[in-house]
Design a binder for this molecule. Structure first.
Ligand SMILES: [Zn+2]
Length: 423
């Protein structure tokens, strides 16, 4: 498989910038975070939730419960997406009960979901749902528990056009087939499954991976000491989301959610101040939520299938235990019994961006600075990935050192200072 490397000329120029700044001997003075946040219009995302109660056994989630969980509860899907999109996206809509279309539970796909989308969408039209008023449809399918090989959720990758009884309609479709709980801890509800599916509907075509090296080297070039996990980013909704829930900054940037004023372009030596990622961006002042470094020399890694694509950008976030990132506890089960408890979340997590095979496509990798040995479930080794106060990494092939040189958590606003230097 071919992976695009992008414009080498630009990287050469970037390398020149880095060298020039270093030659000037620039002292690592704290850099004032940008700048004036851009005012972005809030996009209203009209969503029709269609309940298909195939069982009719009296145990389907009520329309009121579904409405609360998706639109109105303080931990609803709508509130989650308001936070995750930095106020860019507002999910609004209604919940409808739709008589389920036949045929029902057959084999394979049709045991899990309506066999086609046309049948349930036409059933919704017949029930009076004004589908043309919506951009998103969510099926909540009440079906028997324990059907083999049924995913909790499935969705379209962006909008699709369906030829329906009233003509062609373009919609994104997410299907939710698991029991539907009211919001508690966000991570412990099946709403995180719906949040994940809506992420696909909104255009994220991949699952967030992780890449862990256990030889003490960040992004080690000794591939045998590293493990690539599909789906292994525990810190965002497009991965396993066991540790935190928001979308990581490279995805939020590409979805148009994270304003450019909130992204520091770390293209020269210096010290950069990041504010807590999960805190709302204020109308003025302290807005920086991510530090982005385009690597002069992309760094190869090895995938689970043995390919060696390259990490071309790194993003740094100060992720804290706040808002939808909050978790009550962070105990990680160990293989020999007992738990590892993640000590605190006062550090920076690092996400790599890998260019995809088609123009503009990409995917992301959580890149832990350290890993937890002997975990019962391999992906959870990345549960403690933080670069903490006083710690540093060196980016292979690029001769750049990244170090956390300051932190404030006892007073607001919470921030962390990250220094880029030459070792
Ligand atoms: Zn998925």
């Amino acid at each position: 498989m071919m992976y695009l490397k992008g414009a080498g000329v630009r990287w050469v120029a970037l390398a020149g910038v880095l060298a020039a700044v270093e030659a000037l001997g620039a002292a690592p003075a704290p850099v004032a975070a940008p700048i004036k946040p851009q005012i972005r219009p809030t996009r209203i995302y009209r969503t029709a939730v269609l309940r298909f109660d195939y069982l009719r056994d009296g145990t389907a989630p009520s329309l009121a419960l579904i409405r609360d969980a998706i639109f109105t509860n303080p931990k609803s899907m709508a509130r989650y997406y308001q936070a995750a999109s930095f106020g860019s996206l507002d999910i609004q809509g209604e919940v409808f009960d739709i008589p389920p279309p036949a045929p029902l539970f057959g084999t394979g796909w049709t045991a899990c979901w309506p066999a086609t989308d046309e049948a349930p969408l036409n059933a919704a039209i017949a029930a009076g749902v004004p589908l043309r008023n919506y951009q998103q449809v969510v099926y909540v399918v009440h079906r028997p528990a324990g059907i083999p090989n049924c995913a909790g959720g499935v969705s379209s990758l962006g909008p699709m056009t369906f030829n329906l009884s009233i003509g062609p309609i373009t919609l994104s479709v997410a299907r939710l087939g698991v029991p539907f709980y009211l919001a508690g801890d966000f991570s412990q509800t099946t709403q995180s499954t719906l949040a994940h599916e809506l992420g696909h509907s909104l255009g994220v075509t991949f699952h967030a991976n992780s890449y862990m090296c256990n030889d003490g080297q960040f992004l080690s070039q000794n591939f045998t000491s590293c493990t690539h996990y599909a789906y292994g980013d525990l810190f965002q909704v497009m991965g396993l989301r066991t540790q935190m829930s928001l979308f990581s900054s490279p995805i939020a940037e590409r979805l148009g959610w994270l304003p450019q004023s909130a992204i520091i372009q770390g293209q020269s030596m210096g010290t950069y101040r990041l504010y807590a990622y999960g805190d709302p961006i204020p109308a003025s002042g302290t807005s920086a939520r991510a530090l982005k470094i385009m690597l002069p020399t992309p760094v190869p890694f090895r995938t689970v299938t043995g390919e060696t694509p390259e990490v071309s950008e790194l993003y740094f976030e100060f992720r804290r235990n706040v808002g939808f990132d909050y978790r009550l506890q962070r105990n990680i089960a160990l293989a020999g019994g007992g738990n590892f408890t993640v000590p605190d979340t006062d550090g920076v997590i690092i996400t790599g961006v890998v260019q995809g095979t088609t123009p503009g496509s990409y995917y992301t990798l959580l890149l832990p600075v350290q890993t937890i040995p002997n975990v019962a479930y391999g992906q959870n080794s990345a549960s403690n990935p933080y670069l903490r106060m006083g710690q540093s990494i060196v980016i292979p092939l690029n001769g750049m050192r990244i170090e956390v040189v300051g932190i404030q958590t006892a007073a607001t606003p919470h921030w962390i200072d990250v220094r880029i230097s030459r070792p």
